[in-house]
Design a protein. Structure first.
Lengths: 329, 333
């Protein structure tokens, strides 16, 4: 087995908040990420899926060391992430980059895109101005932008081109790992395919490793080798992408997969009742039990651990190997 | 076929801010039959929302609207405010993508529903409250009585969208325009709302136009689909025909660009380029610059509407006979 590029070991992140009611609200603790572990091998992609508020973006920021975990550990190429702000951290940040959902929001509207692409080189003190410009041109070419785009302003480019600019800026320091947080959600369908193909080509060519965060299961399946499904700060199921989507084991994964509208055959629907609970007030036992059609008494009192299944998948459900559940699928 | 409930002919919308003129909708023809569910798909800027905002007189004054939108013999374009108010919210209701920005944050939701009931059905006091409770029940809001006195911020996105649907139903409309009703919602909540809309249509016989960029959402929830590109309808067909044998290169391209959840993983066929800006539209066929089958004629001459089968039309110079004009993609891995 190859060595992991990135490894998260039981990471947690909590925030102190007040419940509704402004200054009258009582103090509470929001567990955004409540004990998450995963590993990504070099050149692979882990897709992280879940609904809004499940902690997937926080996990992405923890993975990059943009925020420190409350507990747990992130290891990058075998060593723990250094303290935020230290010289070692800055050096490491060169090798891991982030791409966000909204390309216009991550670019400076008053600057031409070329200098923005080259800026990370200035920050990390790499090369002479002429060399930086050459490297910006080369990186732009690799994401399908042309030389004349260098002098354009963000508003003069289309959504797809802007996302290419953001990608070029992330790639220019030759990172090993890129965390993509909903990188194509703001793009139109016909442009999404361009960017998805580009991400896959870049991985092929440069051996990049991705942590790919998205709520769009179809896109995640398209780009990921492995997938982890999060619900209320925890991973409830993880495994090889193809197998996980073909036969989801956790009731929540099953509901997520069945909720995806498809063009082809009509499938049996598992429609959940209610909304995801407030992360400040996570239900006891299995956090999913109030919405779970298969919940039994044990689910209300005891939180299920993420257990490895015979097929290599891991599922956090008391009834994962219950035949009755499998039949109901 | 009986006379359609709503009939749109030659609807065009121009925006002119003094510096440049932009045509957002260009000669749209469409009919909606009573009780029918029609999907309107297209990318951002294709004019799918503007078409219906224009039909209901909801665009700002600087938009110039021409053409006809008829409901029951009345033309809504250029109609007096009094006429429009008898149709808006009453015969045709509309719900939008972001429910929380459509609800008034400082009024209790119960009051917002009873306001619609007073406006459209002249109900007051007890009767209005009883009807509001019934509507809340119909849209699946649990514990309706207590919820009436909640403010929008106390409800989740899914519940707020249910409130919006309750308000839309208050006027007992014959047609509901649902403009990206689930785009801002999570997947499991989206499934709930779509199920709710189809149940309500079954119960009331209301027609629906479902505007969406998501072909999957449209495929599962409508009888007939119109595909818009750069302000024009490029193809319309019954759902199955459109998804099985799309005839317009743009429709074919959109379908090929979608990843799937089942079957072998293929490299996606991306449509090159991007949607033209509305102030810089190509002459001739608007899809020609991105189309692999485009010839000289496509760049000069707007394509005619070709009838492929009853109720199936595509605006393309060529009859591709259901064969994709896009190169086949071999399976990845």
């Amino acid at each position: 087995m190859s060595s992991p590029l990135l490894e998260a070991i039981d990471i947690r992140r909590q925030y102190n908040v007040r419940t509704a009611g402004g200054v009258f609200g009582r103090k509470a603790v929001l567990q955004a990420v409540a004990g998450v572990s995963f590993r990504i091998d070099m050149g692979r992609t882990l897709g992280l899926v879940g609904e809004s508020g499940c902690g997937k973006s926080t996990t992405g920021k923890l993975a990059l060391g943009l925020i420190p975990p409350s507990s747990g550990e992130i290891r990058f190429v075998g060593s723990t992430l250094p303290a935020i702000g230290s010289a070692a951290w800055r050096d490491m940040r060169r090798r891991m980059q982030m791409v966000y959902q909204d390309p216009l929001g991550s670019l400076d509207r008053r600057l031409q895109v070329g200098p923005q692409i080259a800026e990370p080189l200035i920050i990390h003190d790499i090369g002479t101005p002429a060399e930086r410009r050459e490297r910006a041109y080369a990186t732009m070419a690799s994401v399908g932008l042309q030389k004349h785009h260098f002098e354009r302003y963000p508003h003069e480019l289309s959504g797809g081109q802007r996302q290419r600019v953001v990608l070029a800026r992330a790639l220019i320091t030759e990172p090993k790992l890129i965390v993509c947080d909903e990188p194509i959600s703001a793009l139109d369908v016909s442009i999404q395919a361009q960017v998805v193909n580009l991400l896959l080509d870049l991985q092929d060519r440069l051996g990049l490793t991705y942590l790919f965060i998205s709520h769009d299961l179809k896109v995640v399946r398209q780009v990921s080798h492995d997938v982890a499904v999060m619900y209320l700060g925890r991973i409830v199921e993880t495994g090889q992408a193809e197998a996980l989507f073909r036969a989801p084991a956790h009731p929540y994964t099953r509901a997520l997969v069945s909720a995806i509208p498809s063009l082809g055959e009509k499938r049996e629907r598992l429609i959940l009742s209610g909304d995801p609970p407030n992360p400040v007030d996570v239900p006891a036992g299995c956090a999913f039990h109030p919405r779970c059609p298969f919940a039994i008494a044990r689910c209300r009192s005891e939180a299920p651990a993420l257990r490895r299944q015979p097929d290599g998948r891991a599922v956090a459900c008391h009834r994962a190997d219950d035949d009755a559940i499998a039949l109901a699928a | 076929m009986a006379a359609p409930l709503v009939s749109i002919r030659g609807l065009s919308v121009d925006f002119d801010d003094g510096r440049r003129a932009a045509r957002a909708v260009d000669g749209v023809d469409a009919d909606i039959a009573a009780g029918e569910a029609v999907g309107l798909v297209g990318e951002s800027g294709s004019g799918k929302s503007v078409t219906w905002l224009a039909a209901l007189g909801l665009l700002p004054n600087r938009a110039r609207v021409s053409g006809e939108v008829r409901i029951g013999g009345m033309n809504l374009i250029g109609a007096e405010r009094r006429v429009l108010e008898g149709v808006r919210g009453k015969r045709i209701a509309m719900i939008f993508q972001d429910p929380s920005s459509c609800l008034n944050p400082v009024h209790r939701i119960g009051r917002q529903v009873t306001e619609a009931l007073r406006l459209h059905r002249g109900m007051d006091g007890r009767a209005a409250e009883a009807e509001a409770l019934r509507l809340f029940d119909q849209v699946g809001i649990a514990d309706a009585k207590r919820r009436l006195s909640d403010y929008p911020h106390q409800l989740s996105g899914g519940l707020n969208q249910r409130v919006m649907i309750a308000i839309a139903l208050a006027g007992q409309p014959e047609l509901l325009i649902a403009d990206e009703p689930t785009t801002a919602l999570d997947a499991t909540i989206q499934a709930q709302i779509l199920l709710l809309l189809s149940r309500i249509r079954r119960e009331t016989g209301m027609a629906m136009v479902l505007i969406s960029h998501d072909l999957g959402v449209v495929a599962e929830n409508v009888d007939r689909v119109c595909v818009m590109y750069a302000g024009r309808i490029v193809e319309q067909a019954p759902g199955e025909a459109l998804f099985d044998t799309p005839h317009h290169p743009y429709t074919q391209g959109l379908l090929a660009a979608l990843p799937t959840l089942t079957g072998p993983r293929r490299r996606l066929a991306a449509i090159p380029g991007s949607v033209p800006e509305p102030w810089n539209l190509p002459v001739g066929c608007r899809f020609a610059p991105r189309c692999p089958a485009a010839e000289e004629r496509c760049r000069h001459e707007a394509p005619p509407r070709r009838v492929i089968a009853p109720a199936h039309q595509a605006a393309c110079h060529f009859d591709v006979a259901g064969q994709s004009v896009w190169p086949a993609q071999e399976a990845a891995e």
